[in-house]
Structures are given as structure tokens and as C-alpha cells.
Design a protein around this ligand. Sequence first.
Ligand SMILES: [Zn+2]
Ligand SMILES: [Zn+2]
Length: 131
Amino acid sequence: MEFNPEEHSIKCPKCGHGMNEVTYGEVTIDRCSHCQGLWFDTGEADALKGKWMGDALDLGAKTEGRKWDAVEDVACPRCGKDMEKRSDPKQPHIWFEECPDHGMFMDAGEFTDYKHETWADWFRSLIRGAR
Ligand SMILES: [Zn+2]
Ligand SMILES: [Zn+2]
């Protein structure tokens, strides 16, 4: 769905379509209505802690995510700065984009991969390291 500021929370940094807020418990993340990518504000993924809801949140097929993985120069939806492309050293096939100030963007399917690891611990260490 085309980005509409009245309807969508943020504009998808990958495909430019609108992202909708998805609430789970006390955590709200943003999911793209088009490429199904996920945006986590800093602290949101941390707040999910051990209760991993990847299957519920991440509706994207891996093949779809892989297509969008090739998009370079992804700008932070909050501040517009180029985000850094990073990968998990333990799972180098998974790439995501990170803004050190605002959060991270994951392609469809990647979040589901992550929950098989102790992803929350890893994310916490990443956030600490960035500060
Ligand atoms: Zn998108
Ligand atoms: Zn930012």
C-alpha cells in the first residue's frame, strides 16, 4: 500500500510503502504492508525478551525477504540517515540494517530465523555495545 502519513506510522525504508503498527503485549513494532519487512525501534526487540513471537509477527516468506535483501542504501525511517548493514556473526546469512540511534530493519523471514537462537541476548549485547 502506498505510504500515507494518515494511515501508516512510517514509510518502509526498503520499498517505500507504508508500514503499520503491530502490537504484541506491551510491544509495538512496525510491519510493512508491501514487503512485510519489520522495523524495531531501539528497545522494542529487547522488550520482547524470551517470549519470542516471531511466527505471529513475521508473516513474510523467506523468498520474499531475500528479494528485498538486495536493496542497498537503506535510510532510517526515523532520521533519514543511511543505516549500517550488519549481520549476526553466528548467523552470517542473516543481514539487517541498523540505525545506531533509532533501531533496526529486518527483511521478511529473518526475524523467524532469529528466534531459534538466543536472539534477545544477542540483541541486548548489540545495543549495549552501540552506546
Ligand atoms: Zn517494504
Ligand atoms: Zn535513525
